[in-house]
Ligand binder design. Structure first.
Ligand code: PLP
Length: 423
């Protein structure tokens, strides 16, 4: 019996899909303890947008550690933190015309979501937070109350409260205007929906099945929030940091959210780091009112700063992501066209695309077949029916095509057909 079987809690889950022991990782590849290479189309669920151990970033961290740079400093001022904030300001916020203050929360995405929800409630004096069908925001009590997934909600052990669920863009088909429904409910004093402190939304639902909100819907939601005195929180923990092609997933829509949560790939190296961006006028926090021992991880500041300078100071990076996304679309569109809409549908945008199948069993057999061919790829969606391509943004074209071809072959084997993918 392995040490994992002996000791590790049943709560562990990813290793069930990928039952090997990894010990090394570089770029787009993970290596197991027998030296086998696996192409990584999971990327730490979007925490490794720049791949494993990116050389420049690793070197910056090694240099900092060797110079005895501060590793832990509570939330005290450090040069590492100053450099990170200045770089975020100069490389990301200022060129995009965004004006935000930054709150360092505990290091997980859920920590950032908790802080964002708490702040919106404090500012507005209201309790209710509206989240959306199939949304995922983490599993601590506040965050899981905004999460749709029954499996995660069921683990809470107490009644989940303080949130209302509303239909996401396209939930009833893209012809049904869910914003109109929400507006009606919020305008009716007897609808039973309390005035919201905030809306919390993902522009592309990462765990929920790569459901995409249209730019019009997102802008409409922003207006609706204003109309009803609520704050707009964009949870960009998964879709942000370039996953959809731009740094923030809401840039195409031209949104100016009141509050933004970032985590997963913000450290650029897979280190734990989470932040909340808030419009300056919303900064009603009192010192220490929301605290935590690990707010601001100085090693992650070093890697985050280097990632922003390496990838985001150069606008070619965004162009390359868009080109790779087009390649993914062309492969998946060909598959979907071949299989027909009753069997497969294209989901997502940017480098968070996937194919939706009729049920989770089909998707599961496809990802298992991919793993047999040394490709790590996961499912998402309310029935785990979406096979989700989450390659590093930095993947080279040859590896991307190699992985996509493994996916196409696995799908062809599942449907016992030849798929004509000519790109
Ligand atoms: C992963 C994720 C979270 C939660 O982050 P954790 O680090 O797992 O707590 C919240 N929101 C979104 C959109 C996520 O993808």
């Amino acid at each position: 019996m392995s040490i994992f079987e002996q000791m590790e809690s049943n709560v562990q889950c990813y290793a069930n899909s990928f039952p090997v022991t990894f010990n090394r990782a570089k770029g787009s590849y993970l290596y197991d303890d027998e030296g086998n290479a696996y192409l990584d189309f999971l990327s730490g669920a979007g925490s490794l947008n720049y791949g494993h151990n990116p050389e420049e970033i690793k070197q910056a961290l090694v240099d900092y550690i060797m110079a005895d740079g501060v590793a832990h400093g509570l939330d005290m001022h450090t040069t590492a933190k100053a450099d990170f904030m200045q770089t975020l300001q100069d490389v990301i916020l200022q060129p995009r015309g965004l004006d935000y203050k930054i709150q360092f929360t505990g290091p997980t995405g859920a920590n950032a979501v908790e802080a964002a929800m708490k702040l919106a409630r404090k500012i507005t004096g209201r309790t209710n937070i509206i989240s959306f069908t199939n949304g995922f925001h983490g599993v601590t009590l506040g965050a899981v109350s905004a999460t749709g997934n029954q499996h995660h909600r069921g683990g809470a052990g107490v009644p989940l409260s303080g949130t209302s669920r509303m239909p996401y863009c396209g939930y009833y088909g893209y012809n049904a205007d869910t914003l109109k429904m929400i507006d009606k409910q919020l305008s009716d004093p007897s609808s039973g929906i309390d005035a919201p402190a905030a809306f919390i939304v993902e522009t592309v639902q990462g765990e929920g099945g790569l459901n995409v909100a249209t730019p019009e819907w997102l802008l409409g939601l922003q207006s609706l929030a204003q109309k009803h005195g609520a704050k707009l929180i964009v949870d960009d923990i998964q879709a942000g940091c370039g996953r959809t092609g731009r740094f923030f997933s809401f840039e195409e829509a031209g949104l100016k959210p009141d509050i933004v949560t970032l985590s997963k790939s913000i450290s650029g190296f897979g280190l734990p780091l989470a932040v909340v961006l808030l419009k300056p006028e919303l900064d009603e926090w009192a010192p220490g009112e929301h605290n935590g021992t690990f707010r601001g991880n100085n090693h992650a500041f070093i890697t985050a700063t280097k990632a922003l300078k390496t990838f985001w100071a150069d606008e070619n990076f965004e162009k390359e992501v868009v080109e790779k996304a087009q390649l993914v679309t062309s492969y998946f569109q060909a598959v979907v066209d071949d299989l027909g809409v009753t069997h497969a549908r294209l989901k997502g945008r940017g480098l968070m695309q996937g194919i939706e199948f009729r049920n989770g069993e089909i998707a599961d057999r496809i990802t298992s077949r991919c793993f047999d061919k040394n490709l790590i790829v996961e499912t998402a969606g309310n029935h785990s029916q979406v096979v989700k391509c989450f390659c590093p943004l930095t993947i080279d074209k040859a590896d991307l095509e190699k992985g996509l071809q493994i996916m196409v072959d696995a799908i062809a084997a599942e449907f016992k057909t030849d798929l004509k993918v000519a790109v």
